[in-house]
Design a protein around this ligand. Structure first.
Ligand code: 0L1
Ligand code: MG
Length: 265
């Protein structure tokens, strides 16, 4: 059984791995801990970052597509925390040497116009009214575990591999769009080669279903609710792809625009 002290120690091990850019063995090889305890480790990790001056910007859902669940051999979606300091500008350059083994994902991002609690109507129709803006995003994930291999508690403790994220410069309003988000095509390009195609429907059937799942899990594991202005990354539309120095990566989603980053050494 793990103690409170062990949970804090685990968060410190993960933070050191991130700071030192050094992969570590899975924490579950040393400690037996469950999903609830994993979210406590994640909370200790985020508290430490906030103490160092980082600011909460929103949340991310992870493991929301059948492709990602298969790739990582897990069976349920998870959430992590986004900070303002890890948001990159559209077109920015990402330094690979700051990361262990980064991968990129193409996602739909929401900027909330309203607070959302578990007591609210969480159907896609009702949630759509609480979204201020929708855009295309790239998420750069970077597991702190060796070989990107982990169990569900490991990856939750590691803030669901969050590293950086980039939002497109075009912000669309869901209610202004004639077609449903579910019918939009999504493309991930790396160095001018089409790497993957998909649709936002890959994300738990609808990115707004991922948002509903976030509302419930955030309340269950943190006792928190979503606030206006917060950013939500809804989860990868396709599997994740390894990122190399020199890469130019572009994500495109119909009606939501495009987003791009360059990767340097
Ligand atoms: O954002 C994601 O879907 C990543 C969640 C964690 C799993 C991974 O590192 O691939
Ligand atoms: Mg993601």
């Amino acid at each position: 059984m793990v103690t409170e002290h062990d949970l804090v120690t685990m968060s410190q091990i993960l933070l050191a791995a991130e700071t030192n850019v050094e992969a570590i063995p899975r924490l579950t090889e040393r400690y037996a801990f469950d999903i609830e305890q994993a979210y406590r480790v994640q909370a200790f990790l985020i508290d430490e970052k906030i103490k160092k001056g980082m600011r909460l910007a929103g949340y991310k859902m992870g493991l929301t597509s059948p492709q990602k669940m298969k790739q990582m051999q897990v069976s349920s979606p998870v959430f992590g925390v986004l900070t303002a300091e890890t948001l990159l500008e559209d077109g920015a350059s990402l330094k690979k040497k700051k990361l262990i083994h980064p991968r990129v994902e193409l996602e739909v991002a929401f900027v909330l116009g309203d607070s959302i609690t578990p007591e609210d109507d969480l159907t896609p129709e009702a949630l759509a009214k609480k979204i201020a803006y929708t855009t295309v995003a790239l998420e750069i994930i970077d597991s702190r575990y060796q070989d990107f291999r982990f169990t569900l508690p490991d990856v939750i403790a590691d803030n669901t591999s969050a590293a950086y994220y980039v939002l497109g410069s075009h912000f669309a309003r869901l209610d202004d769009m004639k077609a449903s988000l579910l019918h939009f095509g999504a493309q991930l390009w790396i160095n001018g080669t089409l790497q993957a195609v998909g649709t936002p429907a890959n994300v738990l059937g609808h990115p707004l279903t991922a948002l509903a799942s976030l509302v419930r899990q955030l309340h269950q594991y943190r006792g928190e609710t979503l606030k206006p202005g917060q950013i939500v990354l809804t989860g990868g539309i396709t599997e994740a792809f390894a990122v190399e120095a020199g890469d130019v990566i572009e994500g495109v989603i119909d009606h939501l625009g495009s987003v791009r980053i360059k990767v340097s050494e």
